[in-house]
Design a protein around this ligand. Structure first.
Ligand SMILES: Nc1ncnc2c1ncn2[C@@H]1O[C@H](COP(=O)(O)OP(=O)(O)OP(=O)(O)O)[C@@H](O)[C@H]1O
Ligand SMILES: [Mg+2]
Length: 119
């Protein structure tokens, strides 16, 4: 968790994000990392700084080989949890990022790609 937070902070700095934007992305990364650990049983994180013409951004990819998410729309709903959380992590992460894509197949794991472009 600490390493993901630190590396995400650095990636947003490299992308030229404001302090407020940095904090939004670090918060989203924390939620996604916590889910990867708690529900996915651990996994891999990839952080990328993107430059697309005039735009810059960061892309965070979380991959695990846990049980997967049977109903992604339901998992994104605020208040839905199968654990002991508040069920706000995924929905919160989606609101904090420009794009959030979840692909998951039950029994095979979960892959979440989250992008935020610099405002
Ligand atoms: N990587 C994952 N693998 C399997 N299931 C997941 C994964 N990430 C999320 N989920 C499922 O989606 C649900 C909602 O996730 P979300 O982060 O929104 O809430 P939470 O983790 O339960 O609580 P909170 O994040 O508020 O502490 C989880 O309870 C879990 O069932
Ligand atoms: Mg969560």
């Amino acid at each position: 968790m600490v390493r993901v937070r630190q590396a995400t902070r650095q990636a947003t700095l490299d992308a030229g994000f404001s302090l407020v934007e940095q904090t939004k992305v670090v918060t989203a990364a924390s939620e996604l990392a916590r889910n990867t650990i708690i529900y996915g049983g651990g996994g891999d994180v990839r952080l990328e700084v993107m430059r697309d013409g005039m735009r810059s951004g960061v892309r965070l990819t979380f991959v695990d080989r846990g049980p997967g998410i049977p109903d992604v729309q339901q998992a994104l709903r605020d208040g839905y949890t199968t654990g002991s959380g508040l069920g706000l992590g995924l929905g919160g992460a989606r609101r904090l990022m420009s794009e959030l894509d979840i692909s998951s197949r039950p029994g095979e794991g979960t892959r979440i790609v989250a992008v935020r472009w610099k405002q």
